[in-house]
Design a protein around this ligand. Sequence first.
Ligand code: ATP
Ligand code: MG
Length: 350
Amino acid sequence: MMNTYKIAVIPGDGIGKEVVPAAIEVLDSIAKLDGNFKFEWTYFPWGCDYYLEHGEMMPGDGLETLKQYDQIFLGAVGMPELVPDHISLWGLLIKIRRGMKQSINVRPAKLLAGLQSPLKNPQNFDITVVRENSEGEYSDSGGRIHTGEDEIAIQNAIFTRKRTERAMRYAFELAKSSRKHVTSATKSNGLTYSMPFWDEVFNVVKKDYPEIDTSVQHIDALAAFFVMKPQAFDIIVASNLFGDILTDLGGAIMGSIGIAPAANLNIEREYPSMFEPVHGSAPDIAGLGIANPIGQIWTGKMMLDFLGHYHAGTRILTAIEKTLSSGVKTGDLGGTATLEEVKNTVINYL
Ligand code: ATP
Ligand code: MG
């Protein structure tokens, strides 16, 4: 049976407008080759241009509109010279992540064939970071009182059992289907309420997965280890702040932020999930046709995986690795290829 997926496309700003159409071409090509599914793309011109014209990043009923689609495919948002970051971020990205209850953020960090990691002795590493995406240290709770030298700022971290457990279960389910080891990022020697709670929930959840090896590491040591010996990790489950930091580190050790993919998942599938690369709108190179499309293409592979088309997803990643190994690379990876050349080479290798 032929599956047709209705995808809401938000190219957004800067290089998002270039890498999204490139990735869509790759996804349409693999759909044709596979023959079991196809995509129906609907474009939404939301983002900073839309804001400059309408005074909002997306229409008031935008979230309701998005709920009618299977998934959301997003490029990048931000035009820091004309629109303050807090408006572009909270008016679109965070609004969708929270509105669609995308409470899990997944970001792989893997050394691709044909790429050079800036690490001294990079071994083959293949890590997936599962980050709690909706609460934790990034809560809106807190305040400021007094002024001058008596001034106090308070930022509360909020950990609910439900969402903590959900992130951990997702990490264990991933480990069950593909790999063996789950590492929990903690800091229960310094944070006296939130992280002991985090550890406690981890201990409860792991009992349901006796076949999976686990370890618990404090985030400071873990971060050092992540750079010194990334091949020691499989799946890492982390809070919102810890996961945020680890995944940027992940992009760095892979060789360029231009290749790092990400998914914001609503794992209950009650609302669409959103697939967006780690990189931003890169205004410094926007419009030049030299942006690296691999982050967006790999993000498309994550969408295919989430839709259950693992074989098609693997074909995309293999084509990406063949492209890089053949030396067709954009400037961020030390090459001279254009976006168009990289995209066409990936399609040829599918
Ligand atoms: P944002 O605030 O939107 O996250 P940013 O300014 O923090 O954006 P990026 O937009 O990701 O970060 O840009 C950081 C640097 O990486 C820039 O120099 C940019 O040109 C480069 N870069 C980002 N993405 C790519 C890409 N796909 N290809 C090539 N270079 C990229
Ligand atoms: Mg920025």
